[in-house]
Ligand binder design. Structure first.
Ligand SMILES: Cc1cc2nc3c(=O)[nH]c(=O)nc-3n(C[C@H](O)[C@H](O)[C@H](O)COP(=O)(O)OP(=O)(O)OC[C@H]3O[C@@H](n4cnc5c(N)ncnc54)[C@H](O)[C@@H]3O)c2cc1C
Length: 535
């Protein structure tokens, strides 16, 4: 339902969840029968990365596998920044959350004995990815959860509204401001909350080349940062090495599982360029493969994923989603190599949360990709993100369930940004292009500094709240990337190519600190706070 009257929209519920992907819907279901309102920028099933997940969920459910082995793989990939306790907790709770998903109706694939079937993905030491009909995990998970949510009388869903600011009182979050999606001139509405859960997904759409939907533009992170929340590890953005380059925005994904099944990366001369870069070649950690593909393209040789020998005629049956994407561009992946490039895919950073999913602000929790729990460090292990979304959504529901929020929420203070101007499309395009060229797979001081200055200017000057939110998150990513003078995991600095042991700690920052980085570059004595939006 996207057209609602004002009273219906602002009707009070104490628990408000922003985001209708896996984290948001799972949290709402776990909170049932407690009344909750779920707000989603797009109709449920659209505008969420979850629906596009092709691999599945990592869970040590197979015989011979263990939570300890899963955690060890997670820690190894995270390049020294994974919080080991968090990684063990995640791996241990995986089995229980998979059972919850089965209970909500997710039809995970089973083997001939009826046990959950598990696939292998890069950098996992065991086959442990539970999946649905080959590469259909995301769609199947969303379909089952949406049905369960629609059936749950305790869950009210507001679709087609974008959260654009948090309302705070005495340091606590007391509600949020929303605006109808795709209507910059629509009047904002405010909703009170006593417990607000951010589950708005990632930031990929801040980049010109991405696998993420348009809604994944960092707005949740931005509104939390503007309200004063601590942000963790924003510089760590994972680039998927094999987005399919057929001129689509977002770019369709050629899942990692293809390489797990033996597909090879080749250049336009047919050479397997990853052999020279890592002993695991195509199955090396994602950041290394992404840089390999990036370098091959930068050198003018092109990059292709060749599954003709590994899958051939079985391609369509095993990877129907990838097959359909290729066919739509006239490429038959059973017979031809697929043109690929690295694309912004997953944000390891986000709103800093503790083990319960609590942020640094009272009344605000965060779960799923918008949060940063410490589980991924500088690089995410494949298929750990859906796992993190369900584990933390369940913990948040438990934490809110045990919190003293029995009193109804008070009506929120007046809206903070009453007027808005239209999104300037050129500025949005420039921001996304600059993120890709200056804050992308390979970074250096000069380009990062230019990006920080540009994003700080947009953040301060724009009269459009959606663009300001994009610039806020872009500024946080670029400022932290500039400050981290080393290469680690997904963050690669060509001017600081080595890892620095002294910097083996997570970044904890704020929007004020990011603005200060910008001010130090421009020679201003202090960062200027943005003007209220009135145009
Ligand atoms: C192509 C692709 C394949 C992937 N494959 C896998 C995989 O196989 N395994 C794995 O573990 N991970 C995978 N990932 C990553 C994983 O899908 C995501 O990290 C995860 O789905 C995030 O879930 P979420 O609920 O946090 O966010 P999402 O599923 O992205 O949902 C976010 C929700 O918030 C809404 N929203 C955003 N901003 C606002 C706002 N301001 N106001 C209101 N609503 C808002 C969106 O409309 C959406 O409903 C993949 C990602 C992509 C893009």
């Amino acid at each position: 339902m996207s057209d609602r009257n004002h009273d219906d929209l602002t009707r009070r519920t104490d628990v408000v969840i922003v985001g209708g992907g896996l984290a948001g819907l799972f949290c709402a279901l776990k909170l049932a029968p407690r009344p909750v309102t779920v707000i989603s920028a797009a109709p449920l099933g659209q505008g969420a990365s979850t629906a596009w997940a092709q691999g599945g969920i990592a869970a040590a459910v197979a015989e011979g596998d263990s939570a300890e082995a899963h955690a060890a793989d997670t820690i190894a990939v995270g390049a020294g920044l994974v919080d080991e306790t968090i990684a063990f907790g995640l791996a241990r709770e995986a089995g229980a959350r998979i059972h919850d998903l089965l209970h909500y109706g997710v039809p995970f694939d089973r083997d001939l004995e009826g046990k959950l079937a598990v696939a292998r993905e890069a950098a996992h030491s065991a086959r442990r990815i539970v999946h649905v009909r080959g590469d259909m995990a995301g769609q199947a998970i969303m379909a089952a959860l949406i049905e369960a949510v629609r059936r749950a009388p305790s869950i009210r869903v507001i679709e087609g509204y974008v959260a654009e600011a948090l309302l705070t009182e005495a340091g606590a979050v007391t509600g949020l401001q929303l605006r109808k999606a795709d209507d910059a001139t629509a009047k904002p509405v405010t909703i009170a909350s006593r417990a607000l859960v951010l589950a708005t997904g990632g930031i990929g759409h801040l980049y010109a080349v991405t696998t993420n939907p348009a809604e994944a533009c960092g707005s949740g992170l931005a509104i939390a940062a503007r309200a004063g929340a601590v942000i963790a590890d924003p510089e760590f953005v994972q680039f998927h090495p094999t987005a399919i380059m057929i001129g689509r925005d977002p770019a369709p994904l050629a899942t990692e599982a293809l390489r797990g099944e033996g597909a090879k990366l080749i250049n336009d001369k047919g050479e397997r360029f990853m052999l020279a870069r890592h002993p695991l070649a195509e199955l090396a950690p994602r950041d290394i493969v992404a840089r390999g593909v990036f370098a091959e393209i930068a050198a003018g040789h092109g990059a292709f994923l060749d599954a003709t020998a590994a899958l051939g005629a079985h391609f369509a049956e095993k990877f129907p989603t990838v097959y359909a994407s290729c066919l739509s561009a006239g490429i038959d992946p059973a017979k031809q190599p697929i043109p690929v490039a690295p694309a912004a895919h997953y944000h390891m950073g986000g709103v800093a949360v503790d083990r319960h999913g609590r942020t640094s602000l009272r009344g605000l929790w965060a779960g799923g990709e918008v949060s940063s729990t410490g589980a991924h460090g500088a690089n995410r292990l494949a298929s750990n993100s859906l796992l993190e979304a369900v584990v933390y959504a369940a913990r948040i529901a438990e934490d809110i369930g045990g919190s003293d929020i029995a009193q109804p929420a008070r009506p929120p203070a007046a809206s903070v940004t009453p007027r808005n101007c239209a999104m300037p499309p050129l500025t949005e395009t420039n921001l996304r292009t600059m993120m890709a060229s200056h804050v992308g797979v390979v970074r250096d001081r000069d380009r990062l500094a230019e990006a920080v200055r540009t994003f700080a200017d947009i953040e301060r000057d724009t009269g459009n709240i959606a663009l300001r939110n994009m610039a806020t998150t872009a500024l946080l990513v670029a400022a932290s990337a500039l400050t981290r003078q080393e290469s680690r995991g997904a963050h690669y600095r060509s001017d600081h190519p080595a890892e620095q042991p002294a910097l083996a700690h997570r970044t904890m920052t704020t929007l004020t600190a990011a603005r200060d980085v910008a001010a130090s570059l421009t020679g201003r004595t202090s960062a200027r706070t943005p003007q209220p939006i009135t145009a």
